[in-house]
Design a protein around this ligand. Structure first.
Ligand SMILES: [Zn+2]
Length: 175
């Protein structure tokens, strides 16, 4: 292959990649509260980035309290990219959705979805539980949103403030 052909090939790969990233941002993103029957009163408004928060230092999501076994639904549609145990989260499901945002659901009692399933907004993906570091606590869904494309302007002076480039506040996005 001639050097100019090589450059052309690389340019095409790069442009395709950029196009895919841009297209991801064009997908509209609408949310529902990810626990059936839950309302905004079921989590504390200020629990996002609450400090101190044990081994996690700051709380990177919100805790939606609900009876054990209550349905957890996808807050927004996407592709299941993780289903399984994940350290302090216990049983965890991660869904990649629009705008390269990942929806993280933790402490599940059981799953109702599978690896690489496409889930629709409002579709049941599991049950509320107390797995991981929620053991012995009130059953709740730990719900977090992180972005694969970082937002540098969100970095602030708070504890682990640089991580705010990756974590969004669910309280601001949920209806
Ligand atoms: Zn939590």
């Amino acid at each position: 292959m001639k050097p100019t052909q090589k450059i052309r090939k690389r340019t095409i790969i790069l442009l395709t990649f950029l196009l895919i990233v841009v297209l991801g941002f064009c997908i509209p993103e609408t949310y529902v509260i990810p626990v059936k029957k839950a309302t905004r009163r079921d989590w504390h408004r200020d629990s996002f980035w609450y400090y101190p928060w044990g081994k996690s230092v700051v709380h990177k999501g919100i805790d939606i309290f609900a009876p054990e076994g209550r349905d957890i639904v996808a807050s927004t549609g996407g592709l299941v990219i993780w289903k399984g145990e994940m350290g302090r989260g216990g049983n965890v499901v991660v869904v990649l959705g629009a705008k390269w945002h990942c929806q993280y659901y933790a402490h599940l009692k059981s799953y109702q979805t599978g690896w690489f399933s496409m889930v629709r907004r409002g579709e049941t993906i599991g049950k509320v539980g107390t797995t991981g570091n929620a053991a012995g606590k009130e059953p709740h869904l730990h719900y977090a949103i992180f972005t694969l494309v970082p937002y540098p302007w969100r970095w602030d002076g708070s504890r682990q403030g640089w991580k705010k480039m990756m974590y969004l506040n669910p309280d601001q996005l949920l209806p």
